[in-house]
Design a protein around this ligand. Structure first.
Ligand SMILES: [Fe+2]
Length: 239
């Protein structure tokens, strides 16, 4: 579904701002609780905006800033966990339940193809960040392709797939997907809640088990707040 990765002409700055958010399709009326799914999508969008801001900044070296940002590593890790959970714990269960329904099965194939397009972009961005000679010339085009492709993919899931999941699976069948996100809960939960606002934070926390809520309040929130996520390294600059 995604086009080829564009090359970045000289002086090119990132396009596609502001993020084209698609409204989530009334998931509050669904039987399945999509709180973690929706919050993960919002957190990924938030990080795409940070990446776009760094890449568009001309006053600093975007390769150095993004290449040493803890936020970039966290974004990649949580994106991969989310996509892996969908590919291994959601789509196979859906595929079995939707056997004999070619249109719905084709939709799942589209989503898998969209996932498969992400990793090459992440690798290409990391290669550009590591290339001190010519990486900067490629970075803006690559991050713009990631921004556009991932935004469209998240919107695609929200507008077409959540309703299908809700109509196909039970909460019990869906639960392993949700739980997979909590295997690295100490990092995942504060990342999910980063900048979420009071109301949204309360809603997200209410969807998590009590021990997770307690650990977040007592330890994880403060540890995450101490991280320097986007200013150019998790270690304070010395100059
Ligand atoms: Fe998703």
């Amino acid at each position: 579904m995604w086009g080829p990765v564009p090359s970045a002409p000289d002086g090119w700055t990132i396009g596609g701002w502001p993020l084209r958010r698609k409204k989530k399709a009334g998931t509050e009326s669904f039987q399945i609780d999509f709180t973690v799914m929706n919050a993960t999508h919002d957190a990924l969008r938030r990080d795409l905006e940070h990446i776009a801001t760094i890449t568009a900044r001309l006053s600093d070296d975007p390769c150095r800033v993004l290449g040493t940002a803890a936020g970039w590593e966290m974004f990649k890790a949580h994106l991969r966990i989310h996509h892996l959970a969908e590919d291994r714990l959601l789509w196979p269960v859906m595929r079995r339940a939707l056997a004999g329904r070619p249109d719905d099965l084709a939709l799942l194939e589209e989503l898998e193809a969209e996932h498969a397009a992400v990793d090459p972009l992440l690798y290409a961005i990391d290669a550009a960040l590591a290339d001190r000679e010519g990486g900067l010339g490629r970075l803006a085009g690559l991050t713009d392709a990631l921004f556009t492709g991932l935004s469209e993919h998240l919107g695609h899931e929200e507008s077409e797939v959540l309703a299908l999941i809700d109509a196909t699976l039970t909460q019990e069948e869906y639960a392993p997907f949700d739980e997979a996100h909590r295997r690295s809960a100490a990092r995942f939960v504060p990342w999910l809640l980063d900048g979420a606002g009071k109301e949204a934070s309360a809603r997200i926390l209410a969807a998590l088990p009590e021990p997770v809520r307690q650990a977040y309040a007592q330890e994880w929130r403060e540890a995450y707040a101490r991280l320097d996520r986007w200013s150019g390294g998790s270690v304070r600059r010395l100059e």
